[in-house]
Write a protein that binds this ligand. Structure first.
Ligand code: CTP
Length: 412
């Protein structure tokens, strides 16, 4: 199977600043739209000396933005929203002046305001006279921008419009296109913006006495990876995790719990959510009456019995019909035998929408706590088997499936 084109269905905000190379931005738009990528253009005042808004609009098929002070534009899409509406911001050509403004954090026009306000990755394609490129001021600006994570393509070396030779020529549009594709294949689309995702992870610890508890081998890795993958697509994520050594992924609201009852209470407090992904290995049982004092060995007593009571089934409770049921509820089923049969039965019994059936019998039983998973996605429509994957890759795929599923429903 050929991997999907990273440009298809993606959105680029193209900032065209002043420079003779601005005409190459027109070719770039053609290449991007030809690959199914939506392009919205921002043209600076200097850029408009070289290309017209009409050409950018005709090629992109989208309105072109030129000023911070357009009431129509602000009405249609405020400049802050515009700065965040894309998967990638591309500055092409990036003049010495706009690079200097970016490095200084200036917001003097629409383009620089967007660049300051955005949290979207930025790719700059510099183009300028060789002396300007080599000037210590530009060198320092480039160091600053690189250190802040701005991606760069070019400049190339060659004869310039001013007949000088050296580095400073805008990279050719196909090379800029490749750089965009490479970045977009890394940056996931922000298709879960405005969504709330609830994820449970890790084991639960059920106390027996103040120093002992019932637990299992879950590391929390898969749940943490899913929380990170959903957050990377723009979702607001609440991660309710039992005890693990993992730090919560950045940008995720983490709630630390110990027992199944605490996990249930935290989940109930976290809904409403658009999607709930329950990966936690919740202990099915807890001690009926945990001792408040440490249990001591009794001389002559070789056995000890412990009364257990069933824990609440969080997945079944969250899946029950009602106003706070998430639109999509995804459970996990860790099995060693009759994987698919058990998973199918669990999906029906717990009334969740999907079950990710997890073969914990592979890798010599080292899946729990390990780095890989071999899963099957069990839905009403059938079963989809995924290859043995790194847990982060399972998370990425699942997040993409969730985003596609929710795409049909309005964000709250
Ligand atoms: N689960 C839950 N609350 C529980 C038990 C399980 O929310 N008390 C969830 C898990 O997070 C997982 C799914 O239910 O998403 C299936 O968990 P699993 O342990 O495989 O199934 P059990 O219901 O515990 O069934 P069994 O142990 O009998 O296989």
């Amino acid at each position: 199977m050929t991997p999907a084109d990273p440009l298809h269905g993606r959105r680029v905000l193209l900032i065209v600043s002043g420079g003779i190379a601005a005409y190459k931005a027109l070719e770039l738009i053609r290449l991007l739209t030809g690959r199914g990528c939506a392009v919205r253009c921002v043209l600076t005042e200097n850029g408009a000396q070289f290309v017209t808004p009409l050409s950018l609009q005709a090629l992109s098929g989208e309105p072109v933005h030129t000023t911070l002070w357009s009431l129509t534009d602000e009405n249609e899409m405020g400049h802050i929203a515009l700065s965040r509406s894309a998967d990638l911001v591309v500055v092409c050509p990036a003049s010495a002046d706009i690079l200097a403004q970016m490095a200084a954090g200036l917001a003097s026009d629409l383009a620089t305001t967007l660049l300051l306000a955005t949290d979207t990755p930025v790719l700059a394609a510099p183009a300028m006279n060789v002396r300007m490129w080599q000037h210590p001021a530009t060198r320092a600006n480039m160091d600053t921008l690189r250190a802040r994570g701005v991606h760069l393509v070019g400049p190339d070396e060659g004869v310039m419009a001013c007949n000088e030779f050296g580095p400073g020529r805008l990279s050719e549009p196909p090379a800029i296109l490749d750089a965009i594709a490479a970045l977009l294949s890394r940056a996931p689309p922000q298709d879960l913006l405005g969504r709330h995702a609830l994820v449970t992870a890790g084991p639960t610890h059920e106390p027996i006495d103040p120093v002992r508890y019932l637990a299992n081998r879950s590391s929390g890795r898969q749940g943490h990876a899913i929380a990170a993958a959903l957050a990377a697509r723009g979702a607001r994520v609440t991660l309710v995790s039992g005890p693990t050594v993992l730090p919560p992924p950045p940008g995720v609201a983490a709630v630390a719990v110990e027992t199944a009852c605490e996990m249930l209470a935290a989940c109930e407090a976290a809904v409403p959510a658009d999607v709930a992904v329950l990966t936690a290995a919740v202990a099915d049982w807890r001690a009926a009456s945990p001792s408040s004092a440490k249990l001591k060995k009794r001389p002559g007593k070789a056995t000890l019995s412990l009364d257990l009571v069933l824990n609440p089934d969080i997945l079944a409770l969250l899946s029950a019909p009602g106003p706070s049921r998430p639109r999509l509820v995804v459970g996990f089923a860790a099995e060693t035998d009759a994987l698919l049969e058990n998973a199918r039965a669990k999906r029906v019994a717990k009334t969740c929408d999907w079950i990710v059936a997890n073969d914990v019998g592979i890798d010599g039983g080292g899946v729990m706590g390990g780095l890989h998973n071999q899963v099957h996605l069990v839905t009403e429509a059938g079963i989809e088997s995924w290859p043995r994957l790194d847990k982060t890759e399972v998370a990425t795929r699942l997040a993409a499936r969730i985003a596609a599923h929710l795409a049909g429903s309005p964000a709250p």
